[in-house]
Design a protein around this ligand. Structure first.
Ligand code: 13P
Length: 260
C-alpha cells in the first residue's frame, strides 16, 4: 500500500533557534529520493514560538516540509499577557497549529471548551489544525476510552464551520499514558481509537478525502512499522524522537522500507 504518511514533530519546549536551523539543514539533506516526494510524505515541525522564524527561514523549499505552532489563543488581540493569537501564528508564515495537546490540557488546565474555541479560531484563520485528544490511564483502565474520546471530539467539532473545516482539520490521537513514557499504545488499540475518530469526523464533516488521523505517544523507529501499518493511522505525531533528524526520519523509513 502506498499511503501518504504524515510525519509531524512536536518539539515541545526544546530547541533554541540555532538548533532549529541546524535541524532544518540536515533535514533538507536527508529528505532526498523518491520516498520523500510530496505524494509519499508530509513533514511538519512544531517548534517553540521563538524558534519558528529560524525554522521557517531554513526549511528547504524543495522538500515537503512545513512549520506550525504548538498552540494559539482564541482571541485576536488584547490584554492577554503571554498569549499568541492564531493570526500571529499565520502572519509569521506558519501553515499549521496544534490545539488541545495533552500537556496543555493537563499541565495548563485547558478544558474541552477552551480547546473548542481555539480550534474554531484556528480554522477560521485558515490554519491547518491538529486537534489532539486522548484518554488518561485511569480512563482506559475503567473502560471509558471511547466515551472520553467521543466527548473530546464532539465538543471540539460543535462550534465549527463544516465547509471550512473539512480540509483543515487533522486529528491526533495521543493517549496521555503513552506520551513521553516510552510505552506506546498497542497498534490494535491505537487502530481502534483512530478508526473511531475517523468515523466520527466522517459522519460530522462528510468529507472526501477523509480527515487524516495521526497517532502520538512514544512513537520511535522500532514501533513505527506496526503503528503506521494500521488501516486508520495516517501518520505520527512525534515528541522525543523528533528532536534528532535521524530518529525522526527513521520512523518513516522503517515504515516505507517494508511497505513500498
Ligand atoms: P513522545 O513521542 O515524546 O511520547 O511525545 C508524544 C507527543 O506528545 C507528541 O505531541
Amino acid at each position: 500500500p502506498m499511503k501518504k504518511i504524515y510525519l509531524y514533530g512536536n518539539w515541545k519546549m526544546n530547541m533554541l533557534p540555532f538548533e532549529g536551523e541546524e535541524f532544518c539543514r540536515t533535514l533538507g539533506n536527508k529528505m532526498q529520493g523518491d520516498i520523500y516526494s510530496s505524494e509519499m510524505i508530509q513533514v511538519c515541525l512544531f517548534p517553540p514560538f521563538l524558534t519558528i522564524p529560524e525554522v521557517l527561514k531554513s526549511l528547504p523549499e524543495d522538500v515537503p516540509a512545513a512549520c506550525g505552532a504548538q498552540d494559539g489563543y482564541f482571541e485576536d488581540r488584547g490584554a492577554f499577557t503571554g498569549e499568541v493569537s492564531m493570526d500571529m501564528v499565520k502572519a509569521v508564515g506558519c501553515s499549521h497549529v496544534l490545539v488541545g495537546h495533552s500537556e496543555r490540557r493537563h499541565i495548563f488546565g485547558e478544558s474541552n471548551e477552551i480547546v473548542a474555541k481555539k480550534l474554531a479560531k484556528a480554522i477560521e484563520t485558515g490554519l491547518k489544525t491538529v486537534l489532539c485528544f486522548g484518554e488518561t490511564l485511569d480512563e482506559r483502565e475503567s473502560g471509558k476510552t471511547l466515551a472520553v474520546v467521543r466527548e473530546q471530539l464532539e465538543s471540539a467539532f460543535a462550534g465549527l464551520d463544516k465547509d471550512k473545516s473539512c480540509c483543515r482539520v487533522i486529528l491526533a490521537y495521543e493517549p496521555v499514558w503513552a506520551i513521553g513514557t516510552g510505552k506506546n499504545a498497542r497498534p490494535e488499540d491505537a487502530q481502534e481509537v483512530c478508526a473511531f475518530a475517523a468515523k466520527m469526523a466522517g459522519d460530522y464533516f462528510g468529507t472526501h478525502p477523509k480527515i487524516p488521523v495521526l497517532y502520538g505517544g512514544s512513537v520511535k523507529e522500532s514501533n513505527a512499522l506496526d503503528l503506521l501499518s494500521q488501516h486508520d493511522i495516517d501518520g505520527a505525531l512525534v515528541g522525543g524522537a523528533s528532536l534528532k533528524v535521524d530518529s525522526f526520519l527513521g520512523i518513516y523509513e522503517n515504515y516505507r522500507k517494508i511497505s513500498v
